[in-house]
Design a protein around this ligand. Structure first.
Ligand code: GAL
Length: 345
């Protein structure tokens, strides 16, 4: 694994943004920005032996700053939604920035996707670090974090998140990469085969906020236990699909520890991506709100042109005591890992 860094551009307030390319011995590579720890490119071998970039992104910092959608970004302090941006911890009421209708989404108005992170290049990984101050977007306590990326010779991209705090707080990190295994900018992913090791998912209301109910996937369009094309049931007459405008749901993953949780396959390129994670859930999001925009290398992106497999704790867990806790306490060490393993069919 070798790492090469260069300037990518500047933020609107003059901060330098660097791009790091991590190349493995096969010549496959991943590009990452220190702005938002963004996964900017993932170039892996296709069945013809050439490289395909399977990750959506933009050519400039200005586009990353101006556009919504969190392309490729590391997301926190709390991924997905917190109802009304309010929660109570140890009897204290906290009000967070509200940025999605009445709710808090993906860390607020200035989440970690908008931060220029400190960078350290180690021999086997790229390490980003940042301290989120007490009161940041309304969250309690200072939070010290590292996010590391490595890409080994088996074409395994490993994302590793660590954090400690000095006061009880809530933490739920994810990555918001939009994958298109046919190649970024080639249209929709509805032909991809998806398999997810989940017997259940969390029901959403019309604002994509969990109701607290846990539903079985059995007999529903959410049954991905056997691989099926993403588009097969996406227009089914189902209230949950309607509420999400497609798939935008937290699947409850079987098993514990670092394990295989999902497999995404492109018949066109032969690229197979196996997702592995230590996290209890994955938000399967079929880019239902990805409005028309310019993508990398003068491509065009729109609805369903990528799929996010956002490994995470369940959304809005602060309001549902039966969901796994997202509370982090001083003295505890938060650690989560996710791997995207690229192979050929
Ligand atoms: C997803 C979320 C969607 C949408 C998207 C960003 O993680 O589940 O509802 O907000 O991020 O556009």
């Amino acid at each position: 694994m070798s790492v090469f860094g260069k300037e990518f551009g500047k933020t609107s307030d003059g901060r330098t943004v660097n791009l790091y390319r991590i190349t493995n011995e096969n010549g496959a590579y991943v590009e990452v920005l220190d702005y938002g720890c963004i996964l900017h490119a993932i170039c892996v071998p296709n069945k013809d032996g050439a490289l395909t970039d399977v990750c959506l992104g933009y050519d400039t910092v200005a586009e990353y700053e101006a556009n919504d959608g969190y392309l490729g970004a590391f997301v926190g302090r709390h991924a997905n939604r917190i109802g009304e941006g309010k929660f109570t911890l140890n009897g204290v009421n906290y009000s967070l920035a509200v940025n999605n209708g009445p709710n808090h989404l993906h860390g607020g108005l200035k989440g970690f996707d908008r931060v220029v992170w400190g960078t350290c290049v180690a021999s086997d990984r790229l390490i980003f670090s940042h301290t989120s101050p007490d009161g940041d977007e309304g969250y309690p306590g200072n939070l010290m974090m590292t996010v590391s990326y490595s890409f080994d010779d088996t074409n395994t991209l490993t994302l590793s998140y660590d954090a400690v705090c000095d006061q009880d707080t809530v933490v739920n990190f994810t990555n918001h990469c939009y994958f298109n295994l046919n190649g970024q900018g080639t249209g929709t992913v509805t032909d991809h085969l998806l398999q997810v090791n989940a017997d259940e998912f969390t029901e959403n209301d019309e604002n994509c906020l969990p109701t607290g109910k846990i539903l079985s996937v059995e007999g529903t369009p959410f049954d991905f236990r056997k691989a099926k094309p993403i588009g097969r049931d996406i227009h089914a007459d189902d209230v949950n699909l309607k509420n999400g405008s497609g798939y935008d749901h937290n699947f409850i993953l079987s098993g514990e520890g670092l394990r295989d949780v999902a497999v995404l396959t492109s018949e066109k390129t032969g690229i197979v991506m196996t997702t592995r994670t230590t996290q209890p859930g994955v938000q399967v999001y079929t880019a239902n709100f990805l409005t028309d925009r310019r993508g990398k290398n003068d491509t065009h992106y729109g609805i369903r042109d990528g799929i996010c497999l956002e490994t995470q704790h369940y959304p809005d867990a602060v309001h549902h005591p039966h969901f796994p806790t997202v509370v982090l306490k001083p003295g505890e060490e938060y650690h989560q890992e996710t791997q995207y393993v690229f192979t050929l069919k």
